[in-house]
Design a binder for this molecule. Structure first.
Ligand SMILES: [Zn+2]
Length: 266
């Protein structure tokens, strides 16, 4: 909790009112910069309604309006790049979703906790980043579960294979019918992407910025895939977030829909 000055109390009150209204308005209250990009709205995603999203792999995507974007980052946590991405997001008061690799979560649990503590969504991206289609179903299942377990252990200290945020993205978007069925049966939403920066390719941060903004101009909205594990993306983020601000884009933060407990409470 940061120190609160007297003139900040009206903001706190506004935040409390917004929370009562079911809106996460932390950004409006907490953001110290008036000119920041900010997070425009929070979208609850339910795997029943949206079992598989992202037009690069699936016919369906999230219900986003024109100029709305969802920022997603894969392959972290990876010091020091993840910290740089977090700093850029915090500077603009933007919330994103991080699809973590379990092995890396086990190595950097403090960084996983920090991602969550800064208000971002922690999602899952397997244990060892395999291509599911190249290994047996049993092996793929084990790798998915072990990844979830490692992420949850880093987050909460409890090694559970039930994800607190049931969002998963396949490494290389390489799913199989059997692994897709498995995740659907467990109520875990599978995320592809609508566009990406191709930040796994050799290029400068400036080239990456040009590529991703051109693609966004064409798509006008969507789930954007980036990699916080990549130095060039960490370097590009401040300029990319400014681009979104200057060109009228709105950031949508995805969170899991209310889970079993309250849904089942009659
Ligand atoms: Zn990946």
């Amino acid at each position: 909790m940061r120190k609160m000055r007297l003139h900040q109390w009206p903001l706190l009150l506004a935040a409390a009112t917004a929370v009562l209204a079911g809106i996460t308005a932390a950004d409006a209250a907490d953001c110290p910069r008036e000119d920041a990009l900010g997070t425009a709205r929070v979208l609850s995603v339910d795997a029943k309604t949206y079992p598989r999203v992202g037009l690069k792999s699936f016919p369906q995507t999230l219900p986003l309006a024109d100029h709305e974007v969802v920022l997603t980052f894969d392959d972290g946590p990876r010091p020091p790049h993840t910290q740089k991405v977090l700093a850029a997001l915090a500077h603009e008061c933007v919330r994103a979703t991080f699809f973590l690799v379990g092995q890396s979560s086990a190595e950097s649990p403090a960084l996983v906790k920090r991602i969550a503590a800064e208000g971002h969504t922690v999602a899952h991206h397997s244990w060892s980043h395999p291509m599911s289609s190249k290994i047996s179903f049993e092996h793929a299942k084990e790798d998915i579960d072990r990844g979830i377990e490692a992420d949850e252990k880093a987050l909460h200290g409890i090694a559970t294979r039930t994800p607190s945020t049931p969002f998963f993205r396949f490494p290389y978007f390489d799913s199989t019918p059997a692994t897709l069925d498995l995740l659907q049966s467990r109520g875990i939403a599978v995320f592809g992407a609508d566009l990406w920066a191709s930040d796994w390719e050799e290029m400068t941060p400036e080239q990456e910025l040009k590529k991703v903004t051109e693609r966004l101009e064409a798509a006008r909205k969507g789930i954007i895939l980036l990699h916080d594990a990549q130095a060039r993306t960490a370097a590009m983020m401040p300029a990319f977030l400014r681009y979104l601000h200057d060109n009228g884009y709105h950031v949508v933060h995805i969170v899991p829909a209310v889970t079993q407990k309250s849904a089942n409470a009659h």
